[in-house]
Design a protein around this ligand. Structure first.
Ligand SMILES: CSC[C@H]1O[C@H](OP(=O)(O)O)[C@H](O)[C@@H]1O
Length: 356
């Protein structure tokens, strides 16, 4: 399954705010449509918002080309550069968004330096956006394969938030590992954290696992320690939105608590993420920008106020897990075992190239 469909001159986004009860596709014809979908979390998940933003730039190019008089590229660049800036302001934490926009920006710069025609700009940006999407699926399947190598037989795992086909283009990162385990017949059960306040676990992960008949049990976030203590959880698998150069990892709020619980109970805590989630320009977790969302997500339940009128709330959408609490980071190139912080630098030297 996927939450993004590219149809020539439109991007269709599966509105995740309506799942699981309603499957409704939103049609995007330009960067502003995509930006609104990202801000409102109709599309969410680090790799998914990167791919969606890339398509947003490609759609904007087609729109700009339709508007210019002599179909010359020169008139298109200001509109496209503005679209990239607009999309870059949608959400601050997931580095995949900026990684994808940088690839689009670099492609645009190459068009400009090679004096491409307007039509060539449209074709080039569409091809780069399509490549980002296609690569993501292959990367996720590689993450799944490498994650499978960490296990020797049937396990029960716990996961947080949604890291599946609705958080990526398809297959998923931590949920990609879970899919690979399921395909191997090695999933006894998946404990799914509901993931307050946006309920990505209850609404999206449970939806994906149910569609594929993967055994799962929904729990409240506060139950995780109980099931670890009783020995029901063999490993924890989570995703990531930004991994700093020392391995500190920003992920959905509640992830840090899971890592501390795993440390206490001697349960391996794994992060699954593509190399596009690494940000080697950010030295450590303290420098990762954390998105604060509307506190009504905390103060309300399904749109109805649950807290007293005079009660204030606070809503950090992510927290940072220090590298020393992470057993390993599962990437498309293999597993980086932490907490030897030098291993991140060595890993990128071995696989060749930067984090992009
Ligand atoms: C495969 S990365 C998914 C990542 O993104 C989620 O955040 P959000 O739902 O706010 O976009 C969460 O942190 C997941 O781990």
């Amino acid at each position: 399954m996927t939450g993004l469909k590219w149809q020539g001159d439109k991007l269709l986004v599966l509105d995740q705010t309506l799942l699981p009860g309603t499957e409704e596709w939103v049609s995007c014809s330009g960067a502003d449509d995509v930006a609104k979908c990202i801000v409102s979390m109709k599309v969410r998940g680090a790799p998914a918002i990167g791919a969606a933003a890339a398509f947003g730039v490609a759609l904007e190019a087609a729109e700009a080309y339709r508007q210019v008089s002599e179909h010359t590229a020169a008139q298109m660049y200001p509109q496209l550069e503005e679209a990239i800036v607009r999309l870059g302001k949608t959400r601050p934490t997931a580095v995949n968004l900026f990684w994808a926009l940088d690839r689009m920006s670099n492609a645009l710069a190459e068009c400009r330096s090679s004096e491409a025609t307007g039509e060539q700009v449209v074709t080039t940006l569409r091809a780069v956006a399509a490549a980002i999407a296609a690569e993501d699926v292959q990367v996720n399947r590689a993450i799944g394969r490498h994650g499978l190598d960490l296990f020797r037989g049937p396990v029960s795992v716990l996961t947080h938030c949604n890291t599946g086909s609705l958080a990526t283009v398809e297959y998923g990162t931590a949920l990609g590992v879970i899919r690979a385990l399921h395909e191997q017949g090695w999933i006894n059960n998946v404990y799914v954290d509901e993931t307050r306040p946006f309920l990505q676990g209850a609404r999206l992960t449970a939806y994906e696992l149910g569609l594929e008949g993967i055994s799962h049990t929904l729990i409240t976030d506060s139950m995780a320690g109980h099931f670890m203590k009783e020995g029901s959880v063999n490993a924890v698998l989570v995703g990531a939105d930004r991994i700093a150069a020392n391995g500190d990892t920003a992920n959905k709020i509640g992830t840090y608590s899971l890592a501390v619980l795993c440390h206490h109970h001697g349960i391996p805590f794994y992060v699954a993420a593509p190399t596009s989630t690494f940000d080697l320009s950010t030295p450590s977790g303290e420098s990762i920008p954390i998105e604060y969302r509307d506190d009504r997500e905390v103060l309300e339940w399904l749109g109805q106020r649950s807290a007293p009128a005079r009660t204030s709330g606070i809503n950090p959408a992510f927290d940072v897990t220090p590298a020393e609490l992470i057993e390993g980071i599962i990437t498309e190139h293999g597993v980086i075992y932490l907490p030897d912080k030098q291993r991140i630098a060595n890993f990128f030297r071995e696989v060749g190239g930067d984090e992009s």
